[in-house]
Ligand binder design. Structure first.
Ligand SMILES: [Zn+2]
Length: 443
C-alpha cells in the first residue's frame, strides 16, 4: 500500500481441497481456513462458502458482515442456526470441530468517496485495512490467514474482470480484490522463479505500461531468488485501476496487484506492490503497530531489487520527496515502531498511516545494510520469510533476527539504527546523508 498526501493510494491454481477431517488444530483464536466467494456484479448477490474453526471453548464462528445484507446460512442444503449482532454474524458450530457452511448475501455498492468495498463507479473493490465485511463475511483479524477462491459473474458489457480464481496460500483478508474494466493484457514474460507475469492496462496506456514494468520480470526474479518462492500461485500481474481523485500508489492485491492509473508508469510503485508478496501479504503483520514490517521492508527491498537488476536508484526520490518532508515538518512524522501494544491503535486515525513509516523503515534497513552488508541483510530477510511465510509476525522479531545474525561488533550500530529510525520521532540530524549514503560493504 502506498499513500500520498490526502488521497487514498494506496491465479489460476488448483482449487483448495476440501478438508478430510473436521477436527481443528488446537489454537488460541478462531481460524477461518478458506473462503470461496462468488459475486454477481449485476444483482449484487454473493455467496461465500466458508471453512472455519471456532475459537477454543466457543460453539460458534463469528464473522464481520457489517456492510452486507445476510440471507440464509446453509450446510449441505440445510439451514444452519445463526444470528446477527452489531455487524457480526454468529454461526452455530461444534466446539473443536471445523465448521463448513455457505452464506448467501447481498453486497450493496459502496460509494467511491467511502472507498471501502465494491465500487461499481470505479470498477474496483478495496477493503483494506479492515473492510472485508463490506464484500464477504470475514474475520478481519490480522493473524487470521485465509485461502481464497473467487468467482465473478454479471460483468457489464464490453468489460473484463481481473481477479484470482484461487489463492493457494494463507493471505490477509484485505488481499482479495477484483477489477473490472476495458482491459488490455500484456504478457510480460516468465520470471527466473517460473512465475508468469502480466500487466492489464486501460486502452492507450501502452507507453506507461512499458515504463512501469520495464524491470518487473527481473525484479520479481530477484525477489524469488533472494527472498524465497512466490507463494500466491503460478502467475502474478499488475492491474491499472481508476481510484477516482487519488489514483496514485497501489495496493497489494496478490496475485494481481492494483496500481493507480497515474502511477502505472512508475517502476517504484509497481515493484513495491509486487514486493508485498514477500512482506505484508506472504509474511503478514501481526498488529497494526507493526505496519513498518510491511511497508518499511517493502520500500527497502523495492529499491534494493531495482538496483540489483540494473534499474534506477530510488534513494534520492525516497529522501527528497518523502523523507525530507516528514523530517522537516512539511508532512507527518511519527515514531514508526511504537511500544509493544498490539492492535490497540485506531490505525486509520494514527500517524503510523503515513509515508514516515515507509521511509524511516526503508532508511532503517538501508543503514543496517551499511553495517552488516546488503547481502547479509538479504539473507536475513530470506531466512525470516522462509520461517514465517503464511503467518503473522512482529517487527521486533525481525530486529531480533538481524541482531542474531550479525557480529557482536556491529550490535551497537544496529541498536542505533533501531533507536534513531524506528523508536524516535525526530529524524536523526543528518537524516538525508545517513539514508542516502548507501555504503553497503557487500561486494
Ligand atoms: Zn505498500
Amino acid at each position: 500500500m502506498r499513500r500520498l498526501a490526502l488521497v487514498v493510494l494506496a491465479a489460476c491454481a488448483a482449487p483448495a481441497t476440501p478438508p478430510s477431517t473436521p477436527a481443528c488444530e488446537p489454537g488460541e483464536v478462531q481460524d477461518v481456513i478458506d473462503t470461496r466467494v462468488s459475486l454477481d456484479l449485476a444483482s449484487l448477490q454473493g455467496n461465500a462458502r466458508i471453512s472455519a474453526c471456532p475459537a477454543p471453548g466457543e460453539r460458534e464462528v463469528k464473522l464481520d458482515v457489517s456492510g452486507l445484507d445476510i440471507g440464509e446460512v446453509r450446510r449441505d442444503g440445510e439451514v444452519v442456526e445463526s444470528r446477527q449482532e452489531g455487524g457480526w454474524l454468529h454461526v452455530a458450530a461444534v466446539e473443536g470441530e471445523r465448521a463448513d457452511f455457505a452464506v448467501g448475501y447481498s453486497f450493496p455498492a459502496r460509494d467511491k468517496t467511502a472507498f471501502d468495498g465494491w465500487m461499481p463507479e470505479l470498477g474496483v473493490s478495496f477493503v483494506w485495512p479492515h473492510f472485508c465485511g463490506n464484500l464477504f463475511p470475514c474475520d478481519p483479524a490480522l493473524d487470521d490467514g485465509v485461502r481464497f477462491e473467487l468467482d465473478v459473474t454479471g460483468l457489464p458489457e464490453g468489460t473484463s474482470a481481473v481477479y484470482p480464481r484461487a489463492i493457494p496460500a494463507d493471505a490477509p483478508d484485505y488481499m482479495l480484490a477484483l477489477a473490472v474494466g476495458d482491459y488490455r493484457r500484456v504478457d510480460l514474460g516468465t520470471s527466473t522463479g517460473g512465475t508468469q507475469l502480466y500487466a492489464w492496462h486501460f486502452p492507450g496506456q501502452e507507453t506507461a505500461t512499458s515504463a512501469g514494468t520495464a524491470h518487473m520480470v527481473d525484479v520479481f526474479g530477484y525477489y524469488e531468488r533472494t527472498y524465497g518462492p512466490y507463494s500466491f500461485g503460478p502467475e502474478a500481474g499488475t492491474v491499472q485501476v481508476d481510484w477516482g481523485i487519488g489514483s496514485w500508489g497501489g495496493m497489494e492485491h496478490h496475485p494481481y496487484v492494483h496500481v493507480g492509473q497515474w502511477d502505472f508508469g512508475d517502476e517504484e510503485a509497481q515493484n513495491h506492490e509486487m514486493a508485498h508478496a514477500w512482506y505484508g501479504d506472504g509474511v503478514r503483520i501481526a498488529c497494526w503497530e507493526d505496519f513498518v514490517l510491511a511497508e518499511g521492508t517493502t520500500t527497502y527491498i523495492t529499491a534494493r531489487a531495482l538496483e540489483q537488476v540494473g534499474g534506477p536508484s530510488q534513494w534520492d526520490y525516497y529522501v527528497d520527496d518523502f523523507l525530507t518532508p516528514s523530517c522537516t515538518g512539511r508532512d507527518v512524522n511519527t515514531i514508526v515502531l511504537p511500544d509493544q501494544s498490539c492492535n490497540e491503535i485506531d490505525f486509520l486515525q494514527h500517524d503510523l498511516w503515513s509515508l514516515a513509516t515507509y521511509m524511516k523503515g526503508a532508511c532503517f534497513y538501508e543503514e543496517v545494510a551499511d553495517v552488516i552488508g546488503a547481502e547479509q541483510l538479504d539473507a536475513v530477510l530470506a531466512e525470516f520469510y522462509a520461517e514465517r511465510v503464511g503467518t503473522a509476525a512482529r517487527m521486533q522479531d525481525m530486529i531480533d533476527l538481524i541482531e542474531a545474525r550479525s557480529e557482536a561488533a556491529d550490535r551497537a550500530a544496529i541498536d542505533s539504527a533501531v533507536q534513531d529510525w524506528l523508536r524516535t520521532e525526530a529524524c536523526p540530524e543528518d537524516y538525508a546523508t545517513r539514508c542516502r549514503a548507501h555504503e553497503s560493504r557487500g561486494p
